[in-house]
Ligand binder design. Structure first.
Ligand SMILES: [Mg+2]
Length: 184
């Protein structure tokens, strides 16, 4: 399958709080993977807010939840210190290594797992390569993107252009709002 086809998410949402988790549960989803940076908190925030902590506590009553971050342990561990969330750091998305590790931690099945993240080139591509579906969310704060992420965003622009040309119906349905939301 061509790479650009693996960069198409299942759907796009404004934030992690706008996903219908009840619906996912009814569809048989048992495991949720979340990216950390710019999906849950911005790069300039050091830890989850009290409302985030409550949100994940509630979510853990219905799902196995694992945070999968490409950031290092020094970033991820303190960010999640007030939670009991499982996590994988240096996950190297879009490689499969970190996702495989997380699936083992959750004792989950690919077909019953959803990844939620803010980047096409790491989260969406990584999840789809691994064989799990991905919900794309609006970046918490695009301006706090790190250098490597800014580079990925350039690649992303090229990929999106290709999707728009080759699969306009999927672009309109799943990526158009994402592009509009992040246009500077
Ligand atoms: Mg991210």
């Amino acid at each position: 399958m061509a790479v650009y086809l693996k960069c198409i998410p299942l759907t796009y949402k404004q934030s992690i709080f706008d996903i219908n988790y009840q619906h996912l549960k009814e569809q048989g989803i048992k495991t949720l993977f979340f990216d950390l940076d710019n999906t849950i908190i911005g790069y300039d925030e050091v830890e989850l807010s009290p409302s985030h902590v409550r949100f994940f506590k509630a979510l853990e009553r219905s799902f196995e939840v694992v945070i999968i971050s490409n950031s290092g342990r020094k970033r991820v561990e303190p960010a999640l210190a007030k939670t009991n969330l499982k996590f994988v750091w240096h996950a190297k998305k879009p490689l499969k290594f970190g996702l495989k590790k997380a699936l083992n931690m959750a004792n989950g099945q690919k077909s019953e797992t959803i990844l939620i993240g803010d980047q096409l080139m790491t989260d969406v591509l990584g999840g789809n390569r691994f064989g799990i579906q991905v919900i794309l969310v609006r970046s918490v704060k695009r301006k706090s993107d790190r250098l490597i992420t800014q580079f990925n965003r350039k690649l992303e622009k090229m990929i999106i252009k290709k999707i728009k040309n080759k699969r306009p119906e999927l672009y309109d349905e799943r990526l158009k709002a994402y592009v509009n939301d992040h246009a500077v």
